[in-house]
Design a protein. Structure first.
Length: 233
């Protein structure tokens, strides 16, 4: 009975401490580095040193985060008990906004991710988002995969993995999209009517791309190319 009481007191103290911790806006949190901002997204590169923690910061918008390497993180959401998350290389998750938290890195290596806020989430909540022709599905390619993970707030999120020499067949981008390199990338984009365009990306690099074109993508590197795309109608 005494052990149970002590445990409950410890949990209550942790929750109270979390609730009393001052919070900052995500743009003022020093581990979040803003790299892209436009009417559709705000994109942050996040890096937390081994056994370090972020400040308590608020997520006002729905967002997706993409993990860059195996991670173990304690997630201290304001007003709730801490939760430990074990994340794998390339894990991609959607979270609704409207909360503040601290992320603590529990490992001996940096915790890295790319966080993408949806700046038009309120608009998406108020009216039914446009439907995609395909919202879930795994496509087996010759030497790779194309996996549509989910559609949230009208944004379609897809993971692509290409072995050396493999090609993502011709596809059309109606609207703008964001590319996030999970691995280092050496890829070639063959745009219809424009010819080949080389692309060199380090893991964690992001690129905002316009819509209105068709192309193929080929992995011209010597290792697997893995990336995430977020497509906007």
């Amino acid at each position: 009975m005494k052990l149970r009481s002590a445990f409950l007191l410890m949990v209550s103290s942790a929750v109270l401490l979390s609730a009393q911790t001052p919070e900052v806006e995500i743009t003022a949190e020093p581990h979040h580095h803003l790299v892209v901002q436009n009417p559709f997204v705000r994109v942050f590169k996040v890096e937390v040193a081994p056994h370090a923690a972020t400040l308590m910061h608020r997520h006002r918008h729905d967002y997706v985060f993409i993990t860059l390497g195996a991670s173990e993180v304690e997630n201290d959401v304001q007003g709730k008990s801490p939760v430990t998350l074990k994340l794998k290389y390339g894990d991609t998750y959607f979270l609704p906004g409207g909360f503040a938290h601290i992320a603590k890195n529990l490992l001996d290596q940096p915790f890295r991710n790319v966080t993408i806020e949806f700046m038009q989430d309120e608009k998406a909540h108020k009216s039914p988002p446009p439907k995609w022709d395909e919202e879930r599905g795994m496509h087996i390619l010759e030497g790779g995969t194309q996996d549509i993970l989910f559609v949230k707030d009208g944004v379609r999120v897809t993971e692509v993995a290409l072995q050396p020499g493999a090609t993502l067949p011709k596809h059309h981008h109606t609207g703008p999209h964001l590319l996030v390199a999970v691995s280092d990338l050496e890829i070639r984009s063959d745009v219809v009517g424009q010819g080949p365009m080389p692309g060199h990306f380090k893991s964690g690099d992001v690129k905002w791309l316009p819509g209105g074109y068709s192309h193929t993508l080929t992995n011209v590197g010597k290792t697997e190319a893995k990336f995430i795309t977020l497509e906007f109608h």
